[in-house]
Ligand binder design. Structure first.
Ligand SMILES: [Fe+2]
Length: 171
């Protein structure tokens, strides 16, 4: 079936489908980089919070794995091909990889905040042209993804906070 027909069958503009696919493939590449980094941190975390971070990072990469599948399948529904090789992921990703070495929990928290916040900003940019359409499926996908990303930006920035109740009362 032609790409144009796949999109048109469900009432989507084929040009929009191509534009969205290109945007989703960059997101997909970044999700693979994030997934590899979360596993790296899961294995290589050190310090007193080892067990909490080891377990939380597994929870995160398992959720990212589900998101990878949701996005790849959305691209298939649009009539195109998701990126599917390590070579392509590294080529199209905008996030930096991390080497395998010991990581303390603050370094991990900063990295997760940076990657998740950058990904949330990227989705908001893409969402601007998605919302000019009636593509409710993608709008809902982005809503769920932003909820996940923002929640964990909150979790890890809270972990990094050093202010306590007496500080907040001075304001
Ligand atoms: Fe494990």
């Amino acid at each position: 079936m032609s790409r144009e027909l796949r999109a048109a069958l469900t009432g989507l503009d084929p040009q929009y489908a191509k534009r969205l696919t290109d945007a989703l493939n960059i997101y997909l590449a970044n999700l693979h980089v994030v997934s590899a980094k979360l596993r790296n941190f899961h294995w290589n975390v050190v310090g007193v919070d080892f067990i909490d971070f080891h377990e939380k990072l597994q929870e995160l990469y398992e959720e990212v794995a589900l998101e990878i599948d949701r996005i790849a399948e959305r691209i298939k529904m649009l009539g195109f091909f998701p990126l599917a090789s390590m070579h392509e992921f590294v080529r199209y990703a905008t996030l930096e990889e991390a080497p395998s070495c010991p990581y303390n929990t603050s370094t991990i928290a900063y990295a997760v905040v940076n990657d998740f916040a950058a990904t949330a900003r990227y989705l908001r940019e893409v969402d601007k042209f998605v919302r000019e359409t009636t593509d409710e499926f993608t709008i809902n996908l982005f809503g769920d993804a932003l909820g996940f990303l923002e929640k964990h930006v909150w979790f890890f920035t809270a972990y990094l906070e050093r202010m306590d109740c007496s500080d907040s009362q001075k304001r």
